[in-house]
Write a protein that binds this ligand. Structure first.
Ligand SMILES: C[S@@+](CC[C@H](N)C(=O)[O-])C[C@H]1O[C@@H](n2cnc3c(N)ncnc32)[C@H](O)[C@@H]1O
Length: 238
């Protein structure tokens, strides 16, 4: 478990984060996913990026792409299925003076990078399991795995030899299932970091649905609150 702490400062129209001594400013936009516990746990574990060709799949605010650029990536491609997210992410890249280092592309999953391979793929997929769509940027389909499975299945085709997929997995969608799928796809997964976090209002409302999912796993803290676990994996293509 990492002992580094990310800091967030709330200003009038921007949020300022500090990760491992690196400042990142973002424009506020309530319709675009703001960096979350999962984003920050990935950020704290983003290593060996210097000189790498990086794909940030589902970039949202652009936070991880901006961090990769600031960590010295040779090239960063950031994709999203939301044109609004891409618009905001582009503005955020300019705000952080890395707009020349990041290429923003619209499209579903790996479609915008059809024939390209990368040293590093970063993804914090939408994983909220729900029958009905919750905000699109967090909805992972009925069992929460709709995007995650495709990210893992497509990774080997878009990674160079010894390339790495860094992906967050929430226990509500099944940690063991995810490890099995990464191994099936010829990736070697290792745990980079993990945390435990209490359910928010949306998940509390979804608890009856979660009880119907065989892979959904959660624990209770000392105050009896249900909590999900989050694991950040690094899966290497041999
Ligand atoms: C959980 S958010 C993560 C955003 C950002 N990477 C972060 O960690 O802060 C997931 C992002 O993936 C995007 N997304 C959802 N489905 C997608 C798909 N099929 N292809 C590409 N992007 C997708 C959403 O619009 C959203 O911006």
């Amino acid at each position: 478990m990492s002992h580094e702490k990310s800091l967030k400062t709330n200003l009038k129209s921007t949020l300022e984060y500090r990760v491992r001594g690196i400042a990142i400013k973002l424009h506020k936009d309530s319709k675009v996913y703001s960096p979350s516990v999962a984003t920050l746990l990935i950020a704290e574990n983003l290593r060996n990026v210097e000189g790498a060709e990086v794909l940030d799949l589902g970039t949202g605010s652009g936070f991880l792409a901006i961090l990769a650029a600031k960590l010295g990536a040779k090239k960063v491609v950031a994709t999203d299925i939301s044109s609004r997210a891409l618009r905001v992410a582009r503005k955020n890249a300019s705000l952080n003076n890395v707009e020349k280092k990041i290429e923003f592309r619209f499209g579903n999953l790996y479609q915008p990078v059809e024939d390209e391979c990368f040293d590093l793929i970063i993804c914090n997929p939408p994983m909220t399991p729900s029958r009905m769509p919750v905000p699109r940027f967090t909805w992972g389909g009925r069992d929460g795995r709709a995007v995650l499975d495709k990210v893992i299945e497509g990774a080997p085709r878009h990674l160079k030899k010894n390339g790495r997929l860094i992906v967050s997995v929430v226990s509500l969608v099944g940690i063991g299932e995810s490890v099995k799928l990464m191994e099936k796809m010829g990736l070697r997964p290792e745990v980079l970091d993990y945390c435990i976090y209490p359910f928010g209002k949306t998940l509390i409302r979804l608890i009856d649905h979660l009880k119907t999912l065989p892979n959904a796993d959660y624990v209770f803290d000392g105050s009896g609150r249900p909590c999900w676990r989050l694991v950040v994996f690094e899966a290497i293509k041999s």
